[in-house]
Design a protein around this ligand. Structure first.
Ligand SMILES: NC(=O)c1ccc[n+]([C@@H]2O[C@H](COP(=O)([O-])OP(=O)(O)OC[C@H]3O[C@@H](n4cnc5c(N)ncnc54)[C@H](OP(=O)(O)O)[C@@H]3O)[C@@H](O)[C@H]2O)c1
Length: 254
């Protein structure tokens, strides 16, 4: 019986914050799925991926989280068109030793954003953070025709700093603010992006990719100003279900 179990899992550096294992354990129980199991595999460096694949030959699929969504790309045999366009991989399908990289964050964020934004919403957005998840957010905003600016701790091409956003009160005419930084994520509950929250009002929508805790300081500060807020739980569930579909259905990437 144990021989027929397919192994799935999550790779990342520190996985204590993650809901993925309990999400899939609940799903398997609910749906009576007995031939799959899902575990966390903490890797201190991406060089530990190959030894992991050798050690656990039953691995058929992985999710990828901080800080490896970009670092896994050179280790893939092929990429899906989305992962290639976005430049980040958060799902790996393993088939007869061949690794294919996918991006389900795109689908999760797009579906969740469209579920939440009022119909015919028009406006500009700020993307806080320039890491792996921000690339999927960027691709979705581009495809939805929503103009945006990246906000980063460091200045550079195509981005502005938090100081610049505050000094120019950019928040006034950027009504959609998306947090893709880990600020506020368990266990750093008291941290939040350095914005001029007093300039946020009831026409703002603050979307936090963080899902643990349910309500972050970023969301609480926005809500106190009358803004609509949303956490990353729906996105997490949508991207997890998309991952499952990728692992269990015949791949369209040849
Ligand atoms: N809900 C979901 O399904 C879902 C999916 C993916 C990710 N996430 C969440 O999204 C967050 C980011 O994930 P990621 O993979 O993009 O992480 P990441 O690659 O580590 O990038 C996060 C970015 O945030 C900024 N940042 C990091 N530490 C910061 C700090 N102390 N203060 C201010 N900015 C900081 C950095 O941008 P700058 O250097 O430019 O400032 C960094 O590139 C995590 O909390 C993750 O759990 C949720």
């Amino acid at each position: 019986m144990a021989n027929s179990v397919n192994q799935l899992g999550l790779i990342g550096k520190s996985l204590s914050h993650s809901f993925s294992k309990s999400y899939f354990a609940d799903k398997f129980k609910r749906q009576g799925i007995r031939n799959y199991r899902y575990d966390h595999f903490e890797l201190q460096s991406i060089n530990e991926l190959k030894p992991l694949l050798e050690r656990v030959p039953r691995l058929v699929g992985l999710n990828v989280t901080i800080p490896y969504k970009l670092a896994v790309i050179p280790l893939m045999d092929q990429l899906s068109p989305e992962a290639s366009a976005i430049g980040a991989v958060n799902v790996i399908k393993i088939d007869s030793g061949r690794l294919t990289g996918f991006n389900s964050d795109y689908f999760g964020f797009q579906t969740s954003l469209l579920n939440s934004l009022p119909e015919n919403w028009e406006g500009k957005a700020l993307i806080l953070g320039t890491g792996g998840a921000s690339l999927a957010v960027e691709a979705v905003l581009k495809d939805q025709g929503i103009p945006f600016k990246f906000v980063s701790r460091t200045s550079g091409t195509g981005r502005v700093t938090y100081q610049h956003v505050r000094e120019h009160q950019m928040i006034h005419n950027h009504k959609l603010v998306i947090n893709t930084t880990p600020l506020g994520m368990h266990p750093d509950l008291e941290t939040f992006p350095d914005l001029d929250y007093q300039n946020i009002g009831n026409s703002h929508f603050l979307y936090d990719l963080v899902y643990n805790p349910e309500s972050t300081r970023f969301m609480q500060l926005g809500k106190a100003q009358g803004a609509m807020v949303k956490n990353g739980l729906e996105m997490l569930e949508l991207q997890a279900e998309k991952s499952w579909e990728i692992w269990t259905q015949p791949s369209v990437v040849k």
